[in-house]
Design a protein around this ligand. Structure first.
Ligand code: FAD
Length: 436
């Protein structure tokens, strides 16, 4: 008899909350734990490109997990299909006592888990989910009146006041690893079998550079410097533990810790407000009459707006799957406010391209930039992309790195004049909000 442990956005053995519980409970009750990963066709089929760096990242992480598990005499069972159909097959192949996993807060993931929970229920099998992805989840950080926060600063104060060693303690998974189910190594489908292109990608290292934490507070806003952690993709897929990262942050950089609190904040917001996937947090902002010119959108996507900081950011994104946070704010503001294109268009484009794409953080970031989110930038604050460059890339180092034609005759004139665009934005927003 086995407990199946289903890996999702937690692709590591060490300090894995749900895996720890599975191994510990299995060893106490004479069971063993069979690790499982599903290449979920519902998710994979929806991806727009067959050359997707994230799938390559996951595949590499799975191969690493497999190596580790084989060294303990076990194997990862890797399936490819729709989770419900996969579980139906697994029930025939194993004597399943329970299924354990770590919680995922996205609406689609919750619907998927409910389906599996209900199916397993009909089989008399428990499905247990645990916190692993965040420091505080769901209702753990609430206002005095019992309601969830919608404003970041008081949320972060409460978050910090609740933090203690208990929440950052790592789970010593390896001490119960003996309870892992032993069987011969099972093959992992290749990328080609999954119908994705193998690609040669260099991913950011998962080792947190402590030197970065020392300069983070002063330098993190300058995109030409390597002064941020680049841990986004690892936190997204759980190849590092948030507890380990937050423990370092706690002793070395409160500014960095604050960013990790934003991450928890947006996960919490999405949990309480799943409608945000398609709706503005402040519904009145869905009255905005966007211009939505597809030719403007194409220029923005291609980094051909004539505003160097915007264009450099989009080129960096298109080439690498990464964009610096300051530049994300500038390009998002430019799309929504200068071009008056619906934030959902930009959000979808980022979702296709970002290596660290995460629904909660991306949706939060876009709604913040468009001014329609919880605790968003006020709508009348329209970033001036030229001044932003002067301030945050004063020598143009970042811009030249991604825009070799900058300063030559090949570089286009600004596609829209800043003063006019700003006025047009203010009027459009004011029109939508006038019945507020
Ligand atoms: P660091 O500055 O080193 O921060 C460490 C970690 O903290 C990040 O890896 C991330 O997990 C978390 N974090 C930092 N800033 C934020 C933030 N504002 N909100 C939530 N978490 C944060 N972040 C994503 O992880 N995925 C996204 O899809 C995403 N989309 C964004 C879209 C827009 C329009 C904006 C303005 C921001 C977005 N962010 C997103 C937040 C932020 O830009 C990235 O987390 C950060 O740039 C990633 O680089 P890093 O790992 O070097 O971050």
């Amino acid at each position: 008899p086995v407990i199946l442990f289903w890996f999702r956005r937690d692709l590591r053995l060490d300090d894995n909350g749900g895996l720890y519980q599975a191994l510990k409970n299995a060893s106490a009750s004479g069971l063993s734990v069979q690790p499982l990963f599903i290449f979920d066709t519902t998710i994979l089929d929806a991806l727009t490109s067959r050359a997707d760096k994230r799938v390559v990242f996951i595949h590499q992480a799975i191969e690493r997990l497999q190596k580790e598990l084989v060294s303990f005499g076990s194997t990862l069972d890797v399936r490819h299909g729709e989770p419900l159909a996969v579980f139906k097959a697994l029930m025939d192949e194993y004597d399943v006592q329970a299924v354990y996993a770590n919680r995922d807060y996205e609406p689609d993931a919750r619907a998927r888990d409910k389906l599996i929970y209900d199916y397993l229920g009909t089989q008399g099998v428990a499905f247990r989910a645990f916190k692993d992805h965040v420091v505080f989840e769901k209702n753990e950080v609430m206002k005095a009146d019992g309601q969830p926060y919608t404003v970041f600063t008081p949320y972060s104060k409460k978050w910090l006041s609740l933090l203690n060693d208990f929440y950052l303690r790592s789970y010593p998974t390896i001490s119960y690893i003996e309870a892992v189910h032993r069987q011969a190594e099972r093959p992992i489908p290749t990328l080609q079998q999954l119908q994705f292109e193998p690609m040669n990608v260099t991913f950011p290292t998962k080792m947190l550079d402590l030197g970065v934490l020392d300069v983070y507070a002063e330098q993190r806003d300058y995109p030409a410097l390597s002064a941020t952690s680049r841990l986004g993709v690892h936190l997204r897929f759980g190849t590092v533990s948030i507890r380990q990262v937050a423990s370092y942050a706690q002793v070395r950089s409160s500014v960095f810790l604050n960013e990790l609190i934003w991450r928890d904040f947006y996960q919490m917001i999405l949990w309480h407000h799943p409608q945000l996937v398609n709706q503005s947090f402040k519904p009145i902002y869905d009255q905005i009459v966007w211009r939505n010119q597809s030719s403007d959108f194409s220029k923005w996507c291609a980094g051909q707006t004539g505003y160097p900081l915007v264009d450099a950011g989009m080129r960096e994104l298109n080439e690498t799957g990464f964009m610096h946070n300051r530049v994300r704010m500038v390009v998002a503001s430019f799309l929504t406010k200068h071009l008056l294109i619906d934030w959902r268009w930009g959000e979808r484009y980022f979702a296709q391209k970002l290596l660290d794409y995460d629904l909660a953080a991306n949706n939060g970031g876009w709604q913040w930039a468009a001014g329609c989110g919880c605790d968003a930038a006020p709508y009348f604050r329209v970033f001036n992309p030229t001044l932003q460059m002067k301030k945050f890339d004063p020598n143009g180092d970042y811009v030249r790195r991604w825009l070799p034609e900058f300063g030559t005759k090949d570089y286009p004139e600004p596609m829209v004049e800043h003063g006019m665009a700003r006025e047009r934005c203010l009027q459009t927003y004011a029109q939508a909000l006038k019945n507020n």
